[in-house]
Design a protein around this ligand. Structure first.
Ligand SMILES: [Fe+2]
Length: 386
């Protein structure tokens, strides 16, 4: 997150004595990414963050692959994913490569009886259904329908849901998730032509500081295993922090679409970037206004990327027979485009209410057994003319 933020109490000068009111010192921790080269924060904690009491056996969470080399256009029926009580067990990885895991989750209960962190990947949780609070080491972010939650690697968190009806589209990214570079100036500030503004960001607040000893289970995802470490003090014991590395949220409803007289290319929808994929938001917007404009997209050959579209709401104008929670995969190497009739149907239309999240990966995606189980199996033939 390229802005500075702070919560709680911090000493006047970094790396100096910060005394507790009852005597003793708070423990400082530098929490950063990309070695000492990326964004970082300085944390002040009641207890040493290193006090591991016990280690339980690790659990294997490797995705079970079904298709390693895919050149089939697919449609996955996302809401067929069964809800599960546990937040982590509810996650169903669908498409994976060495850079990213793309999946769906329908967690029924809040995560409160253990703590979690992903040591390998930045996580992006897109909230399709449900609301609640992301509670982290560095503060709380309330969330609702349409929110992207960006959780940097290593961030300890729990999550509260208001009801048992929750649907998440999630990414685990092995490279950091940033806002698009072309929208930022030399200092990191978003520029005037950016579809997002710093004012839109949902920043952590309401820092929780627990001075508590005992046994606290932390599940840590690293290398396709869920490691289970028991810590001797409450992980949420930060009295204050400042810096640039922290979780944050952004609502897809706050994305300001860029429109034009003729069809604008997909990069205008870009919301996030990584070294290995981009994330785009397709939002309700006015259509192209050239008198001869064709609002539906042209056929395109995404030779260099696999394209994943997650349909959130509204009528998706370029596709027939698409519903909420569906995921389409258009693999790199073959062209794709509007369905028969969609091209003509779009002419003269003034606006769209479509809402979708797109992920374009630069390396091909492999499909898991869970993905094949919800694949409609016939989508690849859906462009055939009657
Ligand atoms: Fe496309």
């Amino acid at each position: 997150m390229p802005i500075y933020h702070r919560l709680g109490q911090i000493p006047h000068k970094r790396h100096t004595q910060f005394e507790k009111p009852g005597g003793g010192l708070y423990y400082e921790q530098v929490f950063g990414t990309i070695g000492f080269d990326g964004m970082s924060s300085l944390l002040y904690q009641v207890h040493r963050p290193t006090q591991v009491k016990a280690i339980a056996p690790a659990l294997d969470v490797s995705p079970r692959l079904a298709v390693a080399n895919n050149l089939t256009m697919r449609k996955l029926i996302g809401f067929s994913i069964e809800p599960q009580d546990d937040f982590l067990e509810s996650r169903v990885p669908l498409m994976v490569n060495k850079d990213v895991t793309i999946g769906l989750a329908a967690p029924r209960t809040s995560l409160t009886d253990y703590f979690y962190k992903n040591a390998d990947a930045d996580e992006l949780l897109f909230v399709h259904r449900g609301s609640g609070r992301l509670r982290t080491l560095l503060g709380t972010i309330p969330f609702e329908y349409g929110d992207y939650l960006i959780i940097p690697r290593g961030m300890i968190y729990q999550i509260d849901f208001d009801t048992d009806d929750n649907r998440l589209f999630y990414l685990e990214s092995r490279t950091p998730i940033y806002t698009p570079k072309r929208y930022r100036n030399h200092f990191g500030q978003l520029l005037e032509h950016s579809p997002m503004h710093e004012r839109d960001y949902k920043l952590p607040r309401d820092l929780e500081t627990h001075d508590e000893k005992g046994e606290f289970l932390m599940k840590i995802k690293k290398g396709n295993a869920l490691h289970q470490l028991v810590y001797s003090s409450h992980p949420f014991d930060v009295v204050g922090w400042d810096g640039y590395n922290f979780p944050w949220g952004f609502s897809i409803h706050d994305f300001e679409p860029i429109t034009g007289r003729i069809h604008q290319p997909p990069p205008v929808h870009q919301t996030f970037q990584t070294d290995a994929f981009v994330v785009c938001s397709f939002c309700p917007r006015l259509y192209d206004y050239h008198p001869k404009a064709i609002p539906a997209p042209y056929n395109h050959s995404n030779i260099d990327s696999d394209e994943v579209l997650y349909y959130v709401d509204g009528d998706f104008m370029s596709r027939n027979d698409i519903a909420r929670g569906h995921i389409t995969l258009h693999p790199g190497g073959i062209p794709h485009g509007p369905h028969p009739g969609a091209y003509e149907r779009s002419i003269g239309k003034k606006e769209t209410q479509e809402l979708a999240v797109m992920v374009d990966t630069f390396r091909p995606l492999m499909l898991t057994e869970a993905a094949i189980a919800i694949d409609d199996g016939k989508y690849y033939q859906s462009w055939l003319e009657p």
